[in-house]
Design a protein around this ligand. Structure first.
Ligand code: AMP
Length: 570
């Protein structure tokens, strides 16, 4: 098996559904979470969370190898995190679909005790012990475990799923989740945004005609989405978030405080190896969670270090007020995002009829208080923050297989733009545009006798294209040599419901269809560029004057970076 192919399947020692089980056409709903994942199905028209054989309703999103090199997934992996942190992968959702060489991966990998390594040209992977896993493979192991639980429960082989992802996920991240499904032999019939899933679980068949705001603060990410709900239509009006804000940031604040307190009390810095760091992280998270229910907690760290040949303990008290002081700015950042989400939709707090809290971190009293203060009303009760997303995904899955009409109307979370020769980004699809959507752009040659035009696509809001996330590129060929600027091409870009991009192109003068090919390699340094051209007429008015007969054009589908890679290597 080649190195690349090794990452396209589940490891040989992964759990598998019993091969003798009869096939099922049921579609499960999976919430693939940063810290915990959850699976639900719909039975008798109600969503039901499927617990593991041991009765656990959520599965830690962790993969580990033990000292004998054996694979551990979920709860077993979590149990060994404390003693073997460098061999336990957690938080993979924060890396998945990201370029290994990106700033985000550089920052994130400093926070994790396992080794983040490059795989192939630019993907990030995780190395634990002697074994290396691609991140889609790590997610595939989680998906597979949840699937096995469902198969075991139903005594049927379920192989289709609707999987939820943060609304703020880029196209590359979504594609990496689809790839995880393929690795786990699960047919991902639909990717659904987590807030939409939460809204569905709350509002389906309730005859609402109102605006809902889903506030989702989980382990690693924050999302806020404003939705309009009417007659089982769930329309996202605007969405925003921060992929670097979640429960772990609260834990980090507590951990820094413990370290400072230790230094003050002991007059020396606590030297941390990976096991001590992990113990501190656990103690910080435990204290934070405790303080959601109590006003005061004690942090006990027996045998935390050795001094003059003797084990030393450390103990301190932490109260809710101090926790608020340490973390208030994090919650304020989420409120600022809510403000921006409303502003983008030109809505006021008073327009929001219900606020739904999702994610474990929303159990913190300060979060509930600040959200209530901002919206002028208490969040909706009766929604289980850990299970609501999986239940919504299951309801979506159920509606796909029945007559029930549920319509989801989503928006693009971040703008997609083309890089112009001056390095600036020309926005083709603006953030929060409703999906599906399409744009026509004019493209022209910038050199005499040019035979190919490459258009590099990036996702993000920076006006400098390279500061955004590189999505891929398309190359247009099949036109005659001519003086620069003579060749005029109309490219039609269509983004479907799941924001998969399809590109077609034709010669503007003759209507002749042109060849469109996707490429994967990241663009070379700007001044090396010889072939890329900017869309000449990318504003909507001028693009609107150009007609592109669909049937005449050749089309290529863009399914994110991963598929580009596959195409290239075919
Ligand atoms: P999720 O990704 O939705 O599973 O959220 C996990 C995050 O929620 C972790 O950072 C947990 O520490 C945090 N969390 C879970 N329960 C509580 C609680 N009772 N109070 C505060 N944070 C919590």
């Amino acid at each position: 098996m080649t190195d690349e192919a090794r990452f396209d399947t589940l490891p040989a020692d992964a759990n598998r559904p019993d091969p003798d089980l009869p096939a099922s056409d049921l579609i499960m709903g999976i919430d693939l979470g940063t810290t915990y994942s959850c699976v639900a199905i719909v039975q008798d028209d109600f969503p039901k969370v499927i617990a593991s054989g041991k009765g656990l309703r959520t599965l830690p999103s962790m993969v580990a190898v033990d000292e004998k090199g054996r694979l551990l997934v979920g709860e077993e992996a979590r149990r060994q995190l404390l003693i073997n942190p460098t061999n336990t992968i957690y938080g993979a959702k924060r890396f998945i679909g990201r370029n290994f060489y990106s700033k985000e991966v550089e920052v994130l990998s400093k926070h994790f005790s396992y080794a983040v390594v490059p795989i192939g040209e630019m993907s990030a992977g995780a190395q634990i012990g002697e074994r290396t896993f691609s991140l889609p493979q790590v997610s595939a192991l989680i998906l597979n475990e949840l699937r096995c639980n469902v198969c075991e429960y139903l005594k049927e082989n379920v192989s289709q799923a609707v999987i939820s992802v943060p609304a703020y996920y880029s196209e590359n991240q979504r594609e990496a989740v689809r790839q995880a499904g393929r690795i786990a032999d699960i047919d991902v019939v639909r990717i659904i945004n987590e807030p939409t899933a939460a809204a569905l679980a709350y509002g389906l068949n309730r005859n609402f005609d109102q605006k809902l705001l889903v506030y989702d603060l989980g382990g690693g990410t924050f999302d806020a989405s404003l939705l309009e709900v009417y007659e089982n239509v769930f329309k996202v009006i605007s969405t925003g978030g921060d992929t670097f804000l979640g429960g772990v940031d609260f834990d980090d604040r507590v951990m820094d405080f413990i370290l400072d307190s230790y230094e003050q009390a002991e007059g020396e810095i606590l030297q941390c190896d990976s096991v001590i760091t992990q113990r501190l992280k656990e103690a910080s998270e435990r204290a934070k969670i405790d303080l959601s229910a109590k006003h005061q907690t004690s942090i006990d760290l027996p045998y935390i270090t050795v001094s003059s040949g003797k084990f030393k303990d450390f103990q301190m008290e932490l109260d809710r007020e101090k926790l608020v002081e340490l973390t208030e700015d994090l919650v304020d950042r989420t409120i600022q995002v809510c403000h921006e989400v409303l502003e983008a939709a030109r809505a006021q707090t008073g327009d929001v009829a219900s606020v739904i809290l999702v994610g474990g971190q929303t159990r913190m009293p300060m979060v509930v208080e600040k959200v209530s203060d901002f919206f002028g009303k208490a969040p909706t009760k009766g929604v289980h923050p850990d299970e609501v997303v999986a239940c919504g995904a299951a309801l979506m899955a159920h509606s796909l297989g029945t007559e029930q009409s549920v319509r989801l109307i989503d928006v693009l979370p971040m703008s997609i733009g083309a890089r112009q020769p001056n390095g600036k980004s020309k926005i083709l699809f603006e953030a929060n545009c409703t999906l599906p959507t399409d744009r026509e752009v004019g493209v022209t040659t910038t050199h005499d006798d040019q035979l190919a035009i490459e258009v590099f696509l990036y996702q993000g809001e920076s006006e400098n294209a390279v500061e955004n996330e590189f999505l891929g590129a398309f190359v247009i060929t099949g036109f005659e040599k001519a003086a620069k600027g003579k060749i005029k091409i109309v490219a039609q870009l269509k983004l479907n419901q799941e924001s998969i991009l399809e590109v077609t192109a034709k010669n503007y003068e003759t209507g002749e269809p042109l060849h469109v090919q996707m490429i994967v390699r990241p663009p070379v340094a700007l001044n090396d560029l010889t072939t890329d051209a900017l869309p000449a007429t990318t504003n909507d008015e001028s693009a609107g004057e150009i007609e592109t007969p669909q049937e005449k054009t050749k089309s290529k589908r863009f399914k994110g970076l991963r598929n580009f890679i596959r195409k290239i290597s075919d």
